[in-house]
Structures are given as structure tokens and as C-alpha cells.
Design a protein around this ligand. Structure first.
Ligand code: HEM
Length: 125
């Protein structure tokens, strides 16, 4: 089976020449793109890159896994899969930053609402 480097896979990131990585295997998804039940955009976003996490997060069916088999064209070379593995290690274990309860937009809206309330209040007097 053909071995690819990450850089090589990354060169196939166009709609008409499209590779994707899943669990260190390389898949050619050019013809599958328009058939994907989840749409083209999600795959195009990961074109030429590692889609393992995204694919698993969706909770794809066994059917989807089988479809994957048919698209297999090769695997990553050892160094490339090692690179992905270290990248993964680096992201696991980092605690997710807790999100701010109010987004800047919400906060801005609140400030304007408060100012309007004060204004209405002062006009009454
Ligand atoms: C190239 C490999 C892929 C194959 C063969 C594949 C296949 C499929 C299949 C067969 C389904 C129908 C539901 C199911 O059987 O689970 C599906 C749904 C879906 N896929 Fe993929 N998929 C691939 C990659 C991706 C990637 C990288 C994403 C990125 C997030 C993604 C996102 C989705 C979503 C969101 C749905 C749900 C669509 C819905 O239920 O409306 N897929 N995919």
C-alpha cells in the first residue's frame, strides 16, 4: 500500500483532488464528496488533513466506516503518523477553558439596555 507524508496528503486539498486522513490511513474522497450525507463543507474543511477527531465526534455508523474502506488508497508513513500522535497528546490533558457566561455581544447589549433604562428613568423626573 502506498505511503504518504503529511505534506504529500496536504497537496490534495482541492475539490477535484481530495484526500483525507483517518486514523493514519489515507482516503481519496474526490468522488465521495458530493455523496456525503453530512454535506461537502465538513469534508472540504478537513481536505488534506487529519479528520479522525471530527469523524469520530459525529458518531458515524458502521455503514460509514465500511464506506471508508472503499476509499482507502494508502497510509501515512511512520514519521507522519508519529507527528499526528504527538499532536494529539499535546491537545489531550489540556483543560478546556471555561467559557465566559456573557459574550462581548451580550455584554454590549446589556450595557445599552441599562443605559436606556437610566435615560428613561431620568426623563420621567
Ligand atoms: C471521508 C470519510 C467520511 C465518510 C465515508 C462519511 C460517511 C458518512 C455517512 C455514511 C453518513 C450517514 C450517517 C451514518 O451512516 O453515520 C455521514 C453523516 C455525517 N457525516 Fe460523514 N463521512 C465522512 C467524513 C466526515 C467528516 C470528516 C465529517 C466532519 C465533521 C463528517 C460529518 C458528518 C455529519 C455531520 C453527518 C450527519 C449528517 C446528518 O445526520 O444529517 N463526515 N457521513
Amino acid at each position: 500500500m502506498k505511503q504518504f507524508s503529511l505534506a504529500e496528503v496536504a497537496r490534495h486539498a482541492q475539490r477535484d483532488d481530495l484526500y483525507i486522513i483517518y486514523q493514519s490511513q489515507v482516503y481519496e474522497v474526490t468522488n465521495f464528496l458530493s455523496e456525503h450525507p453530512g454535506g461537502e463543507d465538513v469534508i472540504l474543511e478537513l481536505a488534506g488533513k487529519d479528520a479522525t477527531e471530527a469523524f469520530d465526534e459525529v458518531g458515524h455508523s458502521e455503514d460509514a466506516q465500511n464506506q471508508l474502506h472503499e476509499l482507502l488508497i494508502g497510509s501515512l508513513d511512520q514519521q507522519s503518523s508519529a507527528t499526528l500522535a504527538t499532536k494529539k497528546k499535546a491537545t489531550t490533558g489540556t483543560t478546556k477553558t471555561t467559557s465566559v457566561p456573557f459574550s462581548p455581544v451580550t455584554l454590549g447589549g446589556l450595557v445599552i439596555a441599562a443605559a436606556a433604562a437610566v435615560w428613561v428613568y431620568t426623563q420621567k423626573k
